[in-house]
Design a binder for this molecule. Structure first.
Ligand code: ZN
Length: 233
């Protein structure tokens, strides 16, 4: 009897697809899962997510099921303030699904009152345990600040990065031009923004002092996918 190879292949593909869809996680954050995490564990969860992303073993998610499960309420465990860069999506680089993290994005991951309000809402009202400011290598906004770019509303935006530019320029051991210079400014900028958050928000500063929140920073490396965390800043 002739073996129906094409039928067998089709059946195998179908069973593989069914197997994969049955493996897709529809688990979402709940009030309980959020409450059970410490701030340090929330940061660790982001680190583990980035490890999964770097290794190419991200979670297989049923996003439609996650959307349905979170429709009535959200309990994200962290808030990430990142850049708008098309290569640095917070959910993707930390391998997070629907309802897992608040995602605030602005060119150069700078801070303003509305973003600060968003972070206060995330932590004080919605229960997020960690705030992570994530910059990245090869950032256009940081490059613009280093080059003193003047362009419409970009001028005011890059001005917010200038304190970090001046800090790196004042360091005689730092590169003062090129990618090494700009990446160092990006690093100083995320540390500066975490300090600004603490200085300008009594709500977030108090939550951190009470051990209910961790505010930290990191740099996403475009070439490796790795987020380098600066836990002490
Ligand atoms: Zn950027």
């Amino acid at each position: 009897m002739q073996h129906p190879i094409h039928t067998t292949t089709a059946l195998l593909s179908l069973s593989a697809a069914l197997f994969l869809s049955s493996c897709a996680t529809s688990v979402v954050q709940t009030k309980q899962s959020q409450a059970s995490l410490s701030p340090a564990q929330a940061v660790e969860a982001l680190k583990q997510g980035n490890d999964r992303f770097v290794s190419g073993h991200g979670k297989h998610r049923d996003l439609q099921a996650q959307a349905r499960k979170t429709a009535a309420g959200q309990y994200p465990f962290a808030a990430v303030l990142g850049c708008i860069d098309s290569r640095a999506s917070n959910e993707i680089i930390f391998d997070q699904g629907i309802g897992d993290i608040f995602s605030a994005r602005v060119a150069g991951n700078v801070l303003n009152d509305d973003l600060l309000g968003s972070l206060e809402y995330a932590a004080a009202k919605a229960g997020a345990k960690a705030i992570v400011v994530v910059g990245h290598t090869g950032c256009g906004a940081v490059g613009g600040a280093c080059a003193n770019v003047k362009l419409g509303h970009v001028t005011g935006l890059v001005d917010k990065i200038k304190p970090s530019v001046r800090k790196v320029l004042a360091d005689p051991h730092a590169a003062h031009q090129g990618p090494a210079f700009e990446n160092r400014v990006a690093e100083e900028n995320v540390k500066y923004v975490t300090q600004l958050i603490r200085q300008r928000s009594t709500i977030l500063r108090d939550l951190e002092r009470q051990g209910k929140l961790q505010i930290t920073a990191g740099i996403y490396h475009l070439d490796t996918g790795k987020v380098e965390f600066f836990d002490r800043n």
